[in-house]
Design a protein around this ligand. Structure first.
Ligand SMILES: [Zn+2]
Length: 449
């Protein structure tokens, strides 16, 4: 009997079988299971061979005349050879390592340049309609915050996305997923945006760097595959709507876990207590949802639904607040309400911030955002511009236009930071595609009116 397991080299009998198979097939033999079916036919023939003839086959086997016993290669239920899957897994692991290294190098570079505290990172969360076994994750809600250690949350983007036709057979699953999590209706949701060009452009605009590049999006590791799918999906959908749309996706998805890990580590590389024990553990800090039930976390719709914890906006703000909570003090940075922490838990003493670094990025964002401020009634969203270099921020919140009290103007009166689901929330709406310009683009289109 031939060995059941995959073997590296064939023996003489195997080489004999392989050489006989075509001849036997030519005579009308059928071997639907491959060599397994050849064995009973060839065994008697093999036994009739002289020792010299057998020896010649053994020699051929030794010389490498036969290799792996392909028929015996183990496959998964879809028929994909496990060997191949392992190789693909291996490839994925090395790609993942490569991306983690990229984040590490990036953070280390900013740290040596002294710009880490200033640097803006874009933290993203996506809610999806359903997960299909075809590897699809049609999105229904997107939120991104622009965050730095110094400024906390400087901008937010939020939108509901029309997930489109759900794959046949998944309607019930989508309904269950919605009911168990975000509650966003899969069909006919009036706030869902189906202008994918607009959504994609808004995200691009937010991520656009002075050199024209697009900053990466950071998502928690468990959302990695989902996020990669969704940004590609948005570009594809945009191309379907607009023939001339750039087909090549400019988006990059990086590990938020690794970012958090490195931000904390870089606060003092010589202090081993600042090192999280693992990158996986980092996600547990987000998972605790310390800030889920704080004020001003969710979008208006989720506030009205009384389901704030599953809102994408809650999630991204929670990322920013959690990172701030566990990193800022080691950089000598205090916490600003609605930027580093929810306003109601901000300690008065911590409102005073004297940045130890010089603000270098994006001073041009000031003008436009400030203009927008004047149109706001209830500016509880952390929509302001980055703080100016060495500008002590104070808790003395005043309205816009009070000199250079950038922080005061941007944060708005704390007392007005209350949820009022019944009334339209202050929204800084993204301009429609094509009309958006400038970088002071605060997007908080939760379409609550
Ligand atoms: Zn929401």
């Amino acid at each position: 009997m031939p060995p059941k397991k995959k073997q590296k080299k064939d023996n003489g009998f195997m080489v004999f079988m392989k050489s006989m198979k075509p001849q036997l097939e030519a005579k009308g033999h059928k071997f639907p299971r491959g060599l397994t079916d050849v064995i009973p036919v060839c065994s008697p023939l093999w036994n009739k061979l002289s020792p010299e003839e057998k020896a010649s086959y053994h020699q051929k086997a030794k010389d490498g005349g036969g290799t792996t016993f392909i028929k015996e290669e183990r496959c998964d239920t879809r028929g994909v050879p496990l060997n191949w899957k392992e190789r693909e897994e291996q490839k994925k692991i090395s790609e993942k390592d490569h991306l983690l290294q990229k984040v590490e190098d990036m953070i280390s570079y900013f740290a040596t340049q002294g710009t880490l505290e200033n640097h803006y990172f874009y933290l993203a969360h996506f809610n999806i309609a359903v997960t299909t076994s075809e590897g699809e994750y049609p999105p229904c809600e997107i939120a991104i915050v622009k965050f730095s250690l110094l400024d906390g949350i400087a901008k937010c983007y939020h939108d509901f996305v029309e997930p489109g036709q759900i794959r046949l057979g998944y309607a019930h699953e989508a309904k269950l997923h919605s009911e168990n999590t975000h509650n966003i209706p899969t069909f006919g949701f009036k706030l869902a945006n189906s202008d994918y060009v607009n959504i994609t452009n808004n995200i691009k605009e937010m991520l656009k760097q002075p050199d024209g590049g697009i900053a990466p999006l950071f998502v928690v590791d468990e959302d990695n595959a989902k996020a990669i799918y969704i940004v590609d999906w948005l570009v594809k959908k945009s191309c379907q709507l607009d023939d001339s749309y750039e087909t090549c996706s400019p988006f990059k998805i990086y590990s938020l876990n690794k970012l958090f890990y490195e931000l904390r580590r870089q606060a003092d590389v010589n202090n081993s207590t600042l090192r999280f024990s693992s990158i996986a553990l980092v996600a547990e800090h987000f998972g605790k949802g310390m800030f889920f039930y704080s004020k001003n976390m969710a979008c208006q719709w989720h506030v009205e639904e009384d389901n704030v914890t599953f809102c994408s906006l809650t999630r991204v703000r929670n990322y920013a607040y959690t990172i701030s909570d566990l990193c800022c003090e080691y950089y000598g940075l205090s916490l600003l309400p609605n930027r580093h922490c929810p306003s109601e838990i901000a300690d008065d003493n911590k409102y005073v911030v004297i940045p130890k670094v010089t603000k270098t990025e994006e001073p041009e964002a000031l003008v436009e955002v400030k203009k927008k401020k004047e149109e706001e009634e209830d500016d509880r969203e952390p929509s302001g511009p980055p703080r100016l270099p060495n500008t002590p921020a104070t808790a003395n919140f005043k309205g816009p236009g009070t000199g250079r009290g950038v922080l005061g103007g941007s944060m708005g009166p704390v007392s007005s930071a209350t949820q009022s689901p019944g009334r339209s929330r202050a929204i800084e709406t993204a301009p429609p595609a094509g009309r958006g310009r400038g970088r002071g683009l605060l997007l908080l289109a939760d379409d609550s009116d």
